[in-house]
Design a protein around this ligand. Structure first.
Ligand code: SF4
Length: 430
């Protein structure tokens, strides 16, 4: 990578087939939103966050901005070992992308389920179009000392030999390196309570279950249903030792927790019988309003509703719901607010889709109608081409830009918060 004084904008980066990455000072980084290329504003650029990864896009050609031709160009240079390949960043948690990586790809085979953010080289380092969307440090890589993670995980596994859920989380911590599982064993922040091997949706980008021909799933789905005793024992161990602790049903390594509604009700009742403090949260596709009402009355504190889009066409095309409708999700949102729960919207961020004016208007309409406490701005972990083709995305609107969308939402809803993680909920809020 060149360290000479570079221009006033990041230059293109590309890779060879052995994974070596190079910069090309004559061409500038380009970004993508929806199906079109653009150059992210310099104000939108930050150094690549610590804990991020760089991915080489197979069978691809990078797209760059040529400042001399003043146009986007395909960088299809032949290298000694084949064509130049595109590079994308998979950012560390708590960072939200504002532009996708720009490349052309012939292959129809979907890329693995990660977010592919634009990346360039400038002033001796990598830069990305993104912003930190949550100040909370719970998943910052420098906060994890592996030696301590191993020691505390092993000690807890020894102490809770009979608890299958804790044993499952042990594998998540030591084998998969799941930050939520590590935080459970370190006794801090938020702990995961996966409970359901089954789901009533068939999301295109499901991280834990992918049919033949789909992209590889990145998480192994839990294969058993823990008991209320195992779930509550895990939750109580965490909530009793963590100030402002959070425990959450609904993890990437499971199906839909509301498919185990009665089990969750029994678990929340056991937790609340023994412990009033701490936050019991539910990450969910919110498909069952009645179950959410019952859980709220048992002592649930908050829910996080996941949506790829507030546009029912794109929602249905992505979630492919089985036995529920987009309308049920909205009814759950309404019930949750009526029951006084803290409600977050986990809005999968896809630049050029999430920030469309029509999408913005619809989102504002829903917030006006139901109220909302927090929007979690998580990057959509999916191959953008495969995703947009699969949901039939075609667009003739000029996107607002993700940062502008957030700014406009803040202006319109001053009490609405933005973040990335499930916050502890203050009891007087319940
Ligand atoms: S709701 Fe969750 S578990 Fe179910 S298909 Fe979608 S991502 Fe997978």
């Amino acid at each position: 990578m060149t360290n000479k004084k570079s221009s006033n904008y990041p230059s293109l980066v590309y890779a060879n087939s052995s994974g070596e990455i190079f910069d090309y000072p004559g061409l500038d980084m380009a970004g993508r939103r929806g199906r079109s290329f653009f150059q992210p504003d310099v104000e939108d650029l930050i150094p690549l966050p610590e804990g991020s990864e760089l991915f080489i896009i197979p069978e691809s050609s990078p797209i760059a901005w040529d400042p001399f031709q003043e146009d986007f160009v395909v960088f299809d240079t032949e290298l000694p070992d084949g064509q130049a390949l595109a590079v994308a960043a998979f950012m560390a948690p708590a960072y939200t992308q504002t532009a996708l990586a720009a490349y052309r790809r012939e292959s129809q085979e979907p890329l693995p389920l990660f977010a592919y953010t634009a990346v360039g080289w400038w002033k001796g380092r990598f830069w990305v179009p993104a912003f930190r969307s949550d100040r909370d440090k719970r998943q910052d890589i420098k906060g994890f000392r592996q030696e301590e993670v191993i020691r505390k995980t092993r000690a807890t596994l020894k102490k809770f030999r009979k608890n299958r859920l804790i044993q499952h989380l042990g594998k998540c911590s030591l084998t998969y390196g799941c930050p939520a599982a590590k935080n459970f064993f370190l006794g801090r922040y938020e702990a995961p309570l996966p409970s359901s091997p089954v789901c009533n949706a068939r999301c295109l980008g499901c991280l834990s279950y992918q049919p033949e021909g789909g992209p590889p799933s990145t998480q192994e789905r839990i294969t058993f249903t823990p008991s209320a005793k195992e779930l509550s024992e895990t939750a109580l161990l965490h909530l009793k030792r963590v100030k402002n602790g959070v425990v959450s049903f609904g993890q990437g390594c499971e199906g839909e927790p509301l498919m185990q509604a009665e089990l969750l009700e029994a678990t929340v009742a056991l937790i609340r019988k023994e412990h009033r403090d701490g936050t019991v949260n539910l990450n969910t596709n919110a498909s069952r309003p009645k179950a959410i009402e019952a859980l709220a009355r048992k002592g649930l504190d908050s829910i996080r509703i996941s949506m790829n889009s507030v546009d029912p066409r794109f929602y249905d095309a992505y979630y492919r719901p089985k036995g529920y409708r987009y309308q049920d999700v909205l009814e759950s949102w309404q019930v949750a607010k009526a029951e006084g729960l803290h409600v977050s919207l986990n809005l999968f961020v896809m630049p050029g889709l999430t920030d469309l004016p029509s999408h913005f208007d619809r989102l504002c309409g829903l917030i006006d109608r139901y109220g909302l406490d927090l929007i979690q701005l998580r990057n959509h972990n999916i191959d953008p081409d495969w995703y947009m083709d699969s949901i039939g995305f075609d667009n003739n609107q000029e996107p607002l830009g993700i940062r502008t969308m957030v700014k406009e939402l803040k202006k319109r809803f001053p009490l609405l918060k933005f973040g990335y993680f499930n916050p502890p909920v203050k009891k007087d809020k319940r």
